[in-house]
Design a protein around this ligand. Structure first.
Ligand code: PGA
Length: 251
């Protein structure tokens, strides 16, 4: 049985004050979430205050990216070891915004996956097709290529130490959610792709859905057999909405 994971991706949002309020709201309401693990991936500068607020609570936290390097002359980068030092459990890897705006290739994403693991973090590894790719009918080919890059680098056992997030790019931040059927179809494809290498890893790996998931559509998405939680952007910035998604996983 795979435990649902509901992870927030705050992206580049928040102020000292709004983050403090959000963390307080999450802490006071998380008791209503009975089944899912809740986690928040904060901008790096807010990780120390996130650690301070959430230590001892049921909520985990993480970063939004990780350097491939352990330390050294890499201005602006944050290493996995630094995230770990501030109590992070997770690091988002290969988010479509990093792939698009920072030119991250499948190979670089796979290298980051390994770097996160080596630092003792659990990678939340994002895959997903653009609208153009979906319309061309190459969704499965794109997602397969992205997943295979990690398997090619470290084998299916390495992939199995992370979490996969299927995030159709056309659904991210657009209010256009994939239908539960559309999402389930790709989740099942990803699981079967992994099963081609190892049935045990395929059975155990959590595959989250991401892309305009909100309190109104979460229950239907989470009810699907191969959807094991969510990676939540916009709706993770409001404690009540984020908690409502966690509560939707109770059933
Ligand atoms: P969204 O973002 O929920 O705002 O669509 C999801 C994500 O990018 O992880």
């Amino acid at each position: 049985m795979r435990q649902p994971l509901v992870a927030g991706n705050w992206k580049m949002n928040g102020t000292r004050q709004s983050v403090a309020e959000l963390l307080a709201g999450l802490k006071s309401g998380v008791g209503q979430v009975t089944t899912a693990e809740m986690a928040v991936c904060a901008p790096a500068i807010f990780i120390p205050m996130t650690e301070e607020a959430l230590t001892g609570s049921a909520i985990s936290w993480g970063g939004q990216d990780v350097s491939v390097h352990e330390s050294g002359a890499y201005t602006g980068e944050i290493s996995g070891g630094m995230l770990k030092d501030f109590g992070c459990k997770y690091a988002i890897i290969g988010h479509s915004e990093r792939r698009t705006y920072h030119g991250e290739s499948d190979e670089l994403v796979a290298e980051k996956f390994e770097a996160a693991l080596n630092a003792g973090l659990v990678p939340i590894f994002c895959v997903g097709e653009t609208l153009e790719e979906r319309e061309q009918g190459v969704t499965e080919a794109v997602v397969a290529r992205q997943v295979d890059a990690v398997i090619n680098r470290g084998g299916v056992e390495m992939l199995g130490k992370g979490v996969i997030a299927y995030e159709p790019v056309w659904a991210i931040g657009t209010g256009k959610t994939a239908s539960p059927e559309q999402a389930q179809e790709v989740h099942a494809f990803i699981r079967s792709r992994v099963a081609g290498h190892s049935q045990a890893v395929a059975d155990g790996i959590q595959i989250l859905y991401g892309g305009s998931m909100n309190p109104g559509n979460a229950a239907q998405l989470l009810a699907k057999a191969d959807i094991d939680g969510g990676l939540i952007g916009g709706a993770s910035l409001k404690a009540a909405d984020f908690l409502a998604i966690g509560i939707a996983a109770n059933a």
